[in-house]
Design a binder for this molecule. Structure first.
Ligand SMILES: Cc1cc2nc3c(=O)[nH]c(=O)nc-3n(C[C@H](O)[C@H](O)[C@H](O)COP(=O)(O)OP(=O)(O)OC[C@H]3O[C@@H](n4cnc5c(N)ncnc54)[C@H](O)[C@@H]3O)c2cc1C
Length: 497
């Protein structure tokens, strides 16, 4: 696939991608039919005006439960399993689905297994196609666009999609139920390890025992051990799914990044701050009146203030002439990025947000976890399956090593180096960086964003990036990269030992 680069150019007339341009997603509340899997929409609007902008509007969707017949654990059942999974987010359910497909006895514990997932997930369509989940996208765009600045817009033909949270969750729950997975509604309070098994204690007093407990409870898990200081960066963003009078974006392009800052022309303080710690707009236009808008700080340390993000978003929407009529949903996004991996091996296995799988330079995680879970499940089945009874330390060693083989750890060091570099760039540096990045051969930029490049390929990417970079960008690289580079080399040397 070729990368199209234009200056002030109109959108390309012919789009080469064959992906279907799917209709407006089913949650839009003007639909007449009631989708039992969608979130409940109340029709009230806030009339009073505190801010005089979209921040006055309360989100109309209230969290709701999926209408699904789950296989609950009975009080009379034995609370002893091969595998217990803590959490039924995308990572936990995927692992439960995959492990149970090998005939392993699995139980999932979550305070609300039927809750609609709260986050809006965006993924590259090819990532979901490669794992056979393309039917779980409720909207696709054949192209993305990146506004580098007011004079440069890049159109890139890599299809992007929005995950249908409910379709994906229901699909995985259906498979779990078919494979005999049990579900228990509770919060895990305590995890205790013995030599060959682990027990968990829940807030309802129930105790479970399992040969392997997998923590899929997200970024804030208190159960996973780290033996290094957790110096991660943060992605922070404020997003709204909104009904608007109009918006200026093309309907066939997802806006991956809009780095323009003219909206801050009348706000010198905000503009100066944005020059140092830039934010961009991420936008998914569903139709001419329905759009998901998210003002995003790619990565900051310490984390950029949430209020600043909202103020910048207000100024941006005003400048773009986007008048919000209704806020259907909102989301506060806070994703820890980079930092050390969990101690390995440890008696508690991890998957998803708590396992270090978040891309340190982008915050993406969902597609990668869904893709890696089958191999991790295979390793678990190899140890706990009927013919082989490998438990305790050899089991932990085998499964952690499946998730984080040395090659993947080295690549992650490189992605963390990318994050450390981004942390040092101001607005101009960031713009120059992405301008050069999207000039790369698509194999490299696709692979980088999807975490699928080997360490050798990442080294080639760096050389190519340097070649494509402008002189000021090269200067940035030469002056700002040495410290992160030395850190990365040190970490790689430690891995090698
Ligand atoms: C707002 C937002 C938007 C994001 N958007 C994207 C995106 O577009 N693309 C992408 O790739 N990534 C995205 N991410 C990053 C990441 O993919 C998500 O955070 C993803 O939800 C992580 O999945 P998970 O299954 O690991 O954890 P979670 O989705 O956080 O699920 C954890 C589950 O564990 C349960 N749990 C927590 N504590 C306990 C306990 N003690 N006992 C039992 N259960 C417990 C919770 O109730 C929850 O159900 C986003 C993150 C956020 C916050």
């Amino acid at each position: 696939m070729g990368t199209l680069f234009r200056q002030f150019s109109p959108p390309p007339a012919a789009i080469t991608s064959q992906i279907n341009h799917s209709p407006t997603p089913s949650f839009f509340p003007t639909r007449k039919t009631h989708n039992k899997h969608s979130r409940k929409v109340t029709n009230h609007r806030i009339k009073t005006s505190k801010f005089g902008n979209f921040l006055d509007l309360a989100p109309e969707c209230k969290p709701e439960l999926l209408d699904f017949d789950l296989s609950w654990l009975n009080p009379s059942d034995r609370f002893h399993f091969d595998v217990v999974v803590i959490g039924t987010g995308p990572a936990g359910l995927r692992l439960a689905e995959q492990v149970s497909s090998h005939g392993i006895k699995v139980c999932c514990v979550d305070p609300s297994p039927l809750s609609v997932w709260p986050n809006n997930y965006g993924v590259w369509v090819d990532e979901f196609e490669s794992i056979g989940l393309e039917d779980c996208l409720d909207k696709t765009w054949p192209m993305i666009c990146v506004y580098i600045n007011d004079h440069r817009t890049r159109y890139l033909d890599r299809p992007y999609g929005r995950v249908s949270r409910n379709k994906l969750k229901v699909k995985m729950m259906e498979n779990c139920v078919k494979n005999g997975v049990k579900f228990h509604k509770a919060k895990v309070w305590e995890v205790n390890h013995q030599e060959f098994e682990t027990s968990i204690i829940c807030d309802d007093g129930k105790e479970f025992k399992a040969s392997l407990v997998v923590d899929a409870s997200g970024f804030t898990s208190p159960f996973i051990d780290y033996n290094k200081h957790r110096n991660h960066g943060y992605q922070i963003a404020h997003g709204i799914l909104a009904e608007v009078e109009s918006h200026p974006y093309d309907l066939d392009k997802m806006v991956l990044m809009d780095w323009r800052d003219t909206h801050l022309g009348n706000e010198p303080e905000l503009r100066a701050n944005n020059k140092k710690l830039p934010t961009f707009l991420y936008a998914m236009p569903f139709d001419s009146n329905l759009i998901f808008l998210e003002e995003t700080s790619l990565v900051s340390r310490p984390v950029l203030s949430y209020m600043k993000i909202k103020r910048r978003m207000v100024a941006r929407l005003r400048h773009l002439g986007i008048r919000v009529k209704r806020v259907i949903e909102d989301e506060k996004c806070l994703i820890p990025m980079g930092g050390p991996l969990p101690t390995m091996p440890q008696s508690l296995m991890a998957i998803g947000g708590t396992s270090g799988l978040v891309h340190p330079s982008t915050g993406y995680q969902v597609a990668r976890t869904l893709a890696l879970a089958p191999a991790v499940a295979g390793a678990i089945a190899e140890c706990l399956g009927s013919t082989r009874m490998i438990r305790g330390r050899p089991l932990y060693h085998r499964v952690w090593n499946e998730l984080w083989p040395i090659e993947r750890k080295c690549s992650r060091e490189f992605y963390s180096f990318g994050m450390e570099t981004l942390l040092k760039l101001d607005l101009d540096g960031t713009r120059n960086f992405f301008n050069a990045f999207f000039d790369l051969d698509p194999y490299y930029w696709h692979g980088f964003l999807s975490s699928r490049l080997s360490f050798g390929e990442l080294a080639c990417l760096s050389l190519s990036l340097f070649e494509h970079a402008s002189n000021s960008s090269r200067l940035d690289i030469v002056t700002k990269c040495p410290v992160p580079l030395v850190k990365m080399m040190g970490n790689l040397a430690l891995e090698a030992i």
